[in-house]
Write a protein that binds this ligand. Structure first.
Ligand SMILES: [Mg+2]
Length: 273
């Protein structure tokens, strides 16, 4: 029985598990980018860091640490700033409620810091937010300071990987479950923080027009394109009902990319076929 596996998302013996990124996937804007652009070292340097990460010139860990180190505002003020400014994809909450009704655990895997994610989810999803499992990076006080003073906090990584939070570490134990209890697994993401998860699930939803699509095309990773949680819900329902297979769905992304429907201009040599 699932409860015997010791894996948190197996407690109800689900047939499906939905893993998802948080920033820019559940939220409309990336909260870490938003802080970096507005109260850190700025948009131009941040965007260059994203591109350098995609091209493998810098690790996500180092790039992201630099972004967070550029923010001096006290942590409690950062949380309030984000609660005031960051909005949820309005289709996420209906998706999440459908998952609750259909025994599909939703697990948030983020490079963001857990206290910020919990605060945003509580403000935007409401009390049911407690039913989401959230695994992210964390925050700690700098020596001799408290997090709620100017320059008082720093990012604390989840693990020692080049990703800072290697999302595959959480997904893989589920993947390795015996065939007869192993659920079908989904992942949704948009950008450079999702590179460690992109290959790990049965179906990857990659956000239209965003960096994760370029990466999947280049690395030949199957995916399907989503625009909002409305399209994720529709596709997930088809798969749960058995009218589409995950394999069929995973072929759609590259076809959409070639047809110019993935929100990015197709590059002639972009297909690592
Ligand atoms: Mg993201």
């Amino acid at each position: 029985m699932g409860a015997h596996t010791g894996l948190p998302a197996m407690q109800t013996n689900p047939k499906f598990i939905f893993f998802t990124d948080f920033d820019g996937t559940i939220t409309l804007q990336d909260s870490n980018d938003y802080m970096t652009d507005n109260i850190g070292y700025g948009q131009a340097k941040r965007r260059q860091g994203n591109l350098d990460t995609l091209e493998g010139r810098i690790s996500f860990r180092d790039s992201f640490k630099g972004m967070m180190d550029s923010i001096n505002k006290p942590y409690n003020e950062c949380i309030q700033y984000l609660v005031d400014n960051i909005k949820l994809d309005p289709h996420f909450t209906p998706f999440f409620h459908w998952c609750l009704e259909n025994n599909i655990p939703v697990v948030v895997l983020s490079s963001g810091m857990e206290p910020i994610i919990q605060a945003l989810l509580a403000a935007l999803v409401g009390p049911d937010a407690e039913k989401l499992q959230v695994i992210g990076n964390n925050v700690g006080a700098r020596p001799g300071k408290s997090i709620d003073e100017e320059g008082g906090w720093e990012l604390v990584f989840h693990d020692d990987s080049d990703f800072g939070h290697d999302k595959s570490l959480t997904i893989r134990p589920y993947r390795e479950l015996p065939e007869d209890i192993r659920p079908t697994m989904f992942y949704a993401g948009d950008g450079v923080s999702d590179l460690s998860a992109a290959k790990e699930t049965d179906l990857l939803f990659a956000k239209k027009g965003h960096d994760l699509i370029s990466y999947c095309v280049r690395e030949n990773i199957p995916f399907t394109v989503f625009e909002s949680w409305d399209s994720i819900l529709a596709k997930t329902k088809e798969i749960v009902a058995g009218t589409t297979s995950v394999k069929e769905a995973a072929r759609e992304g590259f076809e959409a990319y070639k047809a110019g429907d993935a929100g990015l201009k197709p590059v002639a040599n972009g297909a690592a076929k």
